[in-house]
Design a binder for this molecule. Structure first.
Ligand SMILES: *Cc1c(COP(=O)(O)O)cnc(C)c1O
Length: 426
């Protein structure tokens, strides 16, 4: 068999993954071969609306020509120098991205988990060298239901048994509190040796939990009060997904640097990934001001691929798209329509009980237990009807289309969802 020229069927391709790949995912039975904007196509040529956007990595739409163009051009010129030498793209990107998000400095990495690890290391080092905590005593507050990635340290503070069962021993130094609980946060901040509070502004993986309106701003203020770093993991919520450039921007609608309204919860450390590249390349970043970032000295942290020339060019192009196409505003507007339409459907069905979310990061709650197959089966039917989404935590279905969607397309998707729900038999 010639793997490069023989066209394999979806069935054959799924069998290959099953036989030769580790079983660390459980994909919906669809094999994708092409993407363009809000659409993907399977091997047999059937077109679908993508309502997952690769976990919000593809906010700018599949294969955006401006991003792909930047990548191709750079790939033909210079791909990797390592940080042993300077190159002619990194500094330009660093200036662009720090001005874009309003921080002094950026530390470039590749994946979201690496960026979270970087933020943890940065926070600890700051605690010992600036806050005066005794070495090895620093604690970082995290939340129940958190998802920050898959490394050994990150799963050490997860309370999802799938994430950490039989992966111990675990990294110490974390205190877990309930999400969206400002009193619990203040209590934890009053314990000794707290260095930081690491939080998702909206919990995506957990099932799209949106905190109370003032939670982030209050958490920010408390972190200031207790001289503790407020660390926002915006790997999934950032880059226009929730209807503003960052979820910590609150209700600010500016497409670029935040105007710092009252609702703005400026993080001390901002973690980005996923859509920072528009989903074409692994690019992540940690942003902070000098008093924090400068605790890291040469040789103390890094990554061979972090900040490579392709990543630098791709990230600039991806952020340009967000600004030029006003994706935050579009996400906000379409999100409001989407939740209103979902509520209309919910009001007349027993199958779905709730819709929640912000911008175009939304979820519906299926009226069954988390261990039932109802949400999965509903997603299979949605797939049959031309829309791809996946359950999270059993009975929750996340809906997160690319932000380049227009209203007409959104209404077509609403019609698919409505038709599927109405025809669904448990
Ligand atoms: C996806 C995600 C990560 C991890 O990113 P990877 O690129 O998969 O390592 C971290 N934090 C949040 C909030 C995420 O959604």
């Amino acid at each position: 068999m010639n793997a490069t020229t023989t066209a394999l069927s979806s069935e054959q391709l799924m069998q290959l993954e099953d036989k030769y790949g580790a079983h660390n995912y459980h994909p919906l039975p669809v094999v994708l071969a092409k993407g363009d904007g809000v659409y993907v196509w399977d091997v047999e040529g059937k077109r679908y609306y993508d309502f997952l956007s690769a976990y919000s990595a593809v906010n700018q739409g599949h294969c955006h020509p401006a991003i792909i163009g930047a990548m191709i051009e750079q790939a033909q010129t210079l791909t990797l120098t390592s940080r042993a030498f300077f190159n002619d793209t990194l500094g330009v990107y660093e200036k662009y991205v720090t001005e874009y998000f309003g921080f002094d400095k950026v530390l470039p990495m590749n994946t979201g988990a690496e960026a979270v690890e970087t933020a943890i290391k940065l926070c600890r080092k700051w605690a010992y060298e600036k806050k005066g905590i005794n070495e090895n005593d620093a604690k970082i507050i995290v939340c129940d239901g958190n998802f920050h990635g898959r490394t050994t340290t990150i799963i050490s503070f997860s309370n999802d048994p799938d994430a950490n069962k039989n992966f111990g021993p675990f990294t110490p130094g974390f205190i877990r509190i309930p999400y969206d609980d400002i009193e619990a946060l203040e209590k934890a901040l009053q314990t000794e040796n707290v260095a930081g509070f690491l939080v998702e502004p909206i919990q995506g993986e957990a099932g799209v939990y949106v905190p109370q309106e003032d939670f982030l701003a209050n958490a920010r203020a408390l972190c200031t009060k207790y001289n503790t770093l407020f660390i926002a993991d915006e790997v999934q919520t950032g880059i226009a997904r929730t209807g503003s450039l960052l979820a910590v921007c609150g209700n600010c609608t500016c497409e670029n640097k935040c105007e710092k309204q009252a609702s703005y919860a400026q993080p001390d450390i901002l973690i980005l990934g996923k859509a920072l590249s528009g989903g074409v390349y692994p690019v992540s970043a940690v942003l902070a001001n000098d008093e924090i970032m400068m605790v890291i000295k040469p040789g103390q942290h890094g990554s061979t691929f972090g900040g490579n020339p392709i990543a630098a060019k791709v990230a600039v192009a991806a952020l340009d798209v967000v600004t030029n196409e006003q994706l935050a505003l579009n996400a906000r507007r379409l999100g409001e329509i989407f939740r209103k339409e979902m509520q209309r459907i919910i009001d007349t069905t027993d199958l779905v009980v709730k819709v929640r979310g912000k911008g175009l990061l939304n979820a519906i709650i299926v009226n069954d237990t988390p261990d039932s197959a109802t949400a999965w089966n509903l997603c299979v039917q949605l797939k049959e009807n031309g829309l791809l989404a996946k359950p999270t935590h059993g009975n929750i279905i996340r809906f997160a289309p690319p932000l380049v969607m227009n209203e007409e397309q959104l209404m077509e998707c609403v019609a698919i969802i409505e038709k599927t729900i109405r025809a669904f038999k448990k």
